[in-house]
Design a binder for this molecule. Sequence first.
Ligand code: F1P
Length: 341
Amino acid sequence: VDRVLRGRIDDRFSTVHLGGLNLDAREARGVRRIKILGCGTSYHAGQIGAQLIEELARIPADAEPASEFRYRNPVVDPDTLYIAVSQSGETYDVLAAVQELKRKGARVLGVVNVVGSAIAREADGGLYVHAGPEVCVVSTKCFTNTVVAFGLLALHLGRTRDLSVADGKRIIAGLRKLPEQIADILSREDEIEKLAEEFTEARSMLFIGRVRGYPVAREASLKLKEVSYIHAEAYPASELKHGPLALIEPAMPTVAIVPDDDLLEKNRAALEEIKAREGKILAVAHREQEKADHTIVVPKNEDELDPILMGIPLQLLAYHTALKLGRDIDKPRNLAKSVTV
Ligand code: F1P
């Protein structure tokens, strides 16, 4: 995270420098809509990115799997800015979507880790996320860095539009706090390793979150699937009552993302629903949750930046669960570093 922030923040003017973005202030003000495309983990990072852009720049934004977008003859609109996200920069579904967009005259930026990769070359500009060359097949720190990069981008777009200087300062201070807060979470790995023991028995797990917590739940469930091969499903917390509550029973543990924000009481109500059906709950929260069997307490940041921190203990949970099950974490089955077909 230090690397993605380094040299980009200007505290004096509470702005960020994004060399290579290739989008000046006038162009940024002309953007009416943002569409983010990626696959797997990069798609989930894009979902958080879209929320950050809506919250901080008030530009309508959404994310879609590139693997869907490229097959559905989408409306390509000149006032929409397209952003392609990829760790490897080589994922074929993303590259194909970018090429198609370029053919139709769209402006495409890349948020990519590998410098000079195919998607980085094809895009009109963008941001490198600097997660390092040593990233593994299963994206973890690249996910975190991609979300941080979106934080910088949202801040930049926000400063060309509605974001106040005070909000800009607040977000910059929050971004600066991240490396220390992440180190704090990582220092508590023993606690998570112990917890992982309980999940090795699970046949299936549910991950829930609301608004900012929902993409975190999705990514955490993907991590668990990718490395431990335990079935996991992510749901928006409010959707539970529209069907999935039927699944809750002692053998189906739920992992709940419960940040201390204006949705806290709503999220607690979901925990009560689960507890009433004797479901086991692991909460990731900013303070102990009474209804949870265990709470992993993470440091609080600005509400908008909380998702960056809340996924990290769940990456560790997936890792330790997989290790205890004897899985080969560096070579998970049926997964390649970049999916090029
Ligand atoms: C996308 C992705 C990863 C996943 C695995 C397969 O890769 O789905 O999220 O962990 O490596 O590919 P990328 O486009 O971000 O390189």
